[in-house]
Write a protein of this length. Structure first.
Length: 566
């Protein structure tokens, strides 16, 4: 049967660790499993924060996360959130108020769900759950809960858990604020929306070579993502100017590191482990020879992580396309780094970055996603395609994709109607694809339980960056950039204005040349389109491609694959 009784209030501080406390509580109850679950702010999932299991051989049988708003069945966590009381479950009876609820562990004899309330002014907010499970023995739960020692133990656990939850909430709030900033940046500087994430990627690559630990790498990532947020206080006419800045404009632009410093101080307020991030951000335009800004620091006076960002920032600026310039070749970028060693750049970091660029034909797919990443989510029903740009945020369990509220087209949307979904993001001109498992929708939030990297297709599709043309005929065509080539399809990007002129129902001809001037011309149709940053990407499937063209594509794929392997 299912029984409800009043929840225990939360007070009293204790010094022992959470794991030790729940182990002792498990012994008091003589239970087989005792776990503490953290609930996310939107009450979408519960994630294990601490756990005791009597029989370690059973550990792999229990889920570490539970989605609370399961569309197919009510679980007892859901009832806990609904009633705000302790839930006591005994095997055999799953109903309460004419609704059926299901236990966390199937075929278990007894379960107890004890709500953990917030100790802030919102006293009725449930932030977690203390869970107890018994496989073979039936005990008098209410009698146990009335024992003074057990009530005192539960109060100490609840207090300790609140401290942990506050750190979780600080991080969540900070990442949500960062998302808002990048929505603003996307509108103000569309060419720059991927820049901070590219810088973060290069910074982490350098950090690994320098042997920085995980905490240092995390702080560096956050500083990299935030290093230019101060530009929102600079006039768009200056930030997006296509020509060289005037002396007066340059002086205005030089204020952005200080603006970034002030913004970041507010964003990370109270997040102790990120205390050094504002200073890292402030000094990313200092030069190794002391001629940089804002403070004219020199050499090792400049924080190490600021010196790393300075190199990564310059590299991405050279490698990235802007409205007023094309990308520069890798060899030119390397030469620029080496020529400015000891002047603009830390010599050791410049050498490391040059080495990374020389070996950058292969990208580490495990090194491209940080705590927050700008991305595009595309999913389809049988009748309609949906596409959103937004922030992909790592949560305690899975991911949360946030997009602009005014882009919300998902009111009353049924997630079960989705037939396919893909998540895309760009790093240094390369598009990475993941298959997301979409779990729930809430306003402008989409919750994702897992991401699986989608490898390049069976036709040995590889990444490229070569110009091409698409059109109905030779006199009516548009410039495109080919980013991926395979035996049965290609991917290309095109500016938004010309993209709007393309139609999925039309057969087009596409033409491009490999680096050795071998020309490929083929007909086909656009099968998928999605926007990333300021570009629109299209997947183009060949129709009746002739064998000589296909053979030529495979020849070049084989040669490039051989080069990559070397």
């Amino acid at each position: 049967m299912i029984t409800l009784c009043d929840a225990i209030n939360k007070t009293n501080k204790f010094d022992e660790s959470l794991t030790k406390q729940i182990t002792e509580l498990a012994a008091m109850f003589n239970c087989d499993i005792c776990r503490i679950f953290l609930f996310d702010d939107d009450e979408q999932f519960a994630k294990v924060k601490s756990s005791y299991i009597k029989n370690n051989e059973l550990m792999d049988n229990f889920r570490d996360s539970v989605y609370l708003k399961n569309s197919t069945a009510n679980n007892l966590f859901h009832l806990l959130l609904k009633e705000h009381q302790i839930i006591i479950y005994s095997k055999g009876e799953n109903s309460y108020n004419n609704e059926r609820y299901y236990p966390y562990i199937e075929d278990i004899e007894q379960e107890v769900y004890i709500p953990i309330f917030s100790q802030t002014i919102i006293h009725d907010e449930i932030i977690g759950c203390l869970y107890l499970g018994m496989f073979n023995n039936q005990i008098e739960i209410i009698e146990k809960l009335n024992q003074y020692e057990i009530r005192a133990k539960i109060k100490r656990i609840q207090y300790n858990f609140n401290a942990i939850y506050e750190k979780y909430r600080e991080r969540t709030t900070m990442l949500n604020i960062i998302h808002i900033f990048f929505v603003i940046i996307r509108d103000r500087e569309p060419f720059m929306v991927n820049h901070p994430y590219n810088v973060a990627y290069w910074c982490d690559s350098i950090a690994k070579k320098l042997g920085l630990n995980l905490v240092e790498r995390h702080n560096l990532y956050m500083a990299s993502v935030l290093h230019d947020v101060g530009k929102i206080y600079i006039k768009q006419s200056i930030v997006n100017k296509e020509g060289r800045l005037t002396a007066e404009e340059y002086e205005i632009m030089k204020n952005h590191p200080t603006y970034s410093y002030n913004i970041v101080k507010e964003i990370i307020n109270g997040v102790v482990y990120l205390n050094n991030v504002p200073d890292i951000v402030k000094h990313h335009h200092e030069r190794y020879d002391g001629t940089g800004y804002p403070d004219g620091l020199k050499g090792e006076e400049i924080p190490l992580m600021s010196r790393i960002i300075a190199v990564a920032d310059a590299v991405d600026a050279m490698l990235s396309e802007r409205s007023y310039k094309k990308t520069r070749p890798i060899d030119e970028v390397i030469n620029e780094l080496l020529e400015n060693k000891g002047k603009q750049f830390d010599p050791e970091i410049a050498d490391i970055m040059a080495g990374i660029l020389r070996g950058n034909l292969v990208t580490d797919n495990n090194n491209i996603m940080g705590p927050i990443t700008w991305s595009t989510l595309l999913f389809s029903t049988k009748s309609k395609d949906y596409a959103f740009q937004g922030s992909l945020i790592k949560r305690e369990s899975g991911y949360e994709f946030q997009f602009r509220r005014d882009e919300n087209k998902l009111r009353n949307f049924n997630i079960n109607k989705i037939v396919s979904s893909t998540l895309y993001f760009e790093r240094e001109g390369k598009i990475f694809e993941y298959i997301p498992k979409l779990q729930t929708f809430k306003r402008n939030h989409i919750f994702i339980s897992s991401l699986t990297h989608k490898p390049l297709n069976k036709y040995f599709s590889l990444l490229w960056n070569i110009p091409g043309k698409i059109g109905i005929n030779s006199s009516n065509n548009y410039d495109v950039a080919i980013t991926e080539i395979g035996g049965d399809c290609i991917k290309f990007n095109i500016d938004k204005e010309n993209s709007s002129k393309l139609n999925k129902n039309v057969v087009y001809f596409i033409k491009f040349n490999f680096e050795d001037e071998t020309s490929i011309a083929a007909s086909g149709k656009i099968i998928k389109s999605y926007e990333i940053g300021c570009k629109v990407y299209h997947e183009f499937k060949f129709i009746n491609i002739n064998e000589s063209s296909r053979d030529s594509i495979f020849k070049h794929l084989f040669e490039r694959q051989t080069k990559l392997m070397r």
